[in-house]
Design a protein around this ligand. Structure first.
Ligand code: CA
Length: 228
């Protein structure tokens, strides 16, 4: 096993099955979805290291799946496009695809692109080092948050919440996503706790320094930005 989980979203059963078997043979753990909407739900779950995404899909096309996925996730995505579909290719890369491959493709070509995309993914793990947003700095290793030179005292949960928001700087996060990632799956249902802790964080991080980092996105959730 390579330890990598790959999601294939492809409605053509023959292609999906073929790619799945080849990837499993290479040691990847593979899950297949045949429908755009269900594929998106699965992709958002955060358990995958890479997504292979077809463009023409039932219920939600691949471009729309990618657009929605990119609001909450930076998981590498390789698009499968029909031959000569130039617009789709350009749109795919513009909208946050990491790579694309044109059907029909040689499996070796796909495997090479998967390896490349997974390798590129590594530096983002290093980003888990010191995070910055304007004057705000968070150092996970030393468990320290500073604003300029001044240290901000946070509780464990406040720290974890701020860490998650900063890791996803600029991305709008739903309360459910925040709850799952900061509090874990065992803490189900009540998202009020997220609002409560956002309020604590704001009083310590935003209001004290008169600089807004944590924004409410009406009807969706929260976003950390460092607007100048
Ligand atoms: Ca298709």
């Amino acid at each position: 096993m390579t330890g990598f989980n790959i999601l294939i979203i492809e409605d053509e059963a023959k292609i999906a099955r073929f790619v799945q078997l080849e990837l499993e043979h290479e040691g990847y753990a593979v899950h297949v979805e045949h429908d755009g909407r269900e594929g998106l739900e699965e992709a958002i779950s955060g358990t995958y290291d890479l997504v292979i995404l077809d463009v023409m899909l039932p219920s939600l096309n691949g471009m729309e799946v990618l657009r929605r996925l990119r609001k909450v996730s930076e998981v590498p995505v390789i698009m499968l496009t029909a031959k000569g579909d130039v617009m789709d290719r350009v749109m795919g890369l513009d909208s946050g695809a990491d790579d694309y491959i044109v059907k029909p493709f040689a499996i070796e070509e796909l495997l090479a692109r998967i390896r490349r995309a997974l390798k590129r993914k590594q530096p983002s793990l290093e980003k888990k080092g010191v995070l910055k947003a304007g004057e705000l700095t968070l150092d996970p290793a030393r468990h320290i948050v500073t604003h300029g030179d001044e240290e901000i005292e946070l509780t464990r949960t406040e720290f974890d919440l701020l860490h998650y928001l900063m890791l996803n700087k600029g991305i709008v996060l739903t309360r459910e996503t925040i709850l799952d990632n900061v509090w874990g799956y065992e803490h189900t249902g009540d998202t009020n706790v997220v609002d409560v802790y956002i309020r604590y964080l704001r009083s310590k991080v935003d209001e004290k320094y008169n600089k807004k980092f944590i924004f409410t996105v009406r009807g969706v959730g929260y976003q950390l930005r460092d607007d100048e």
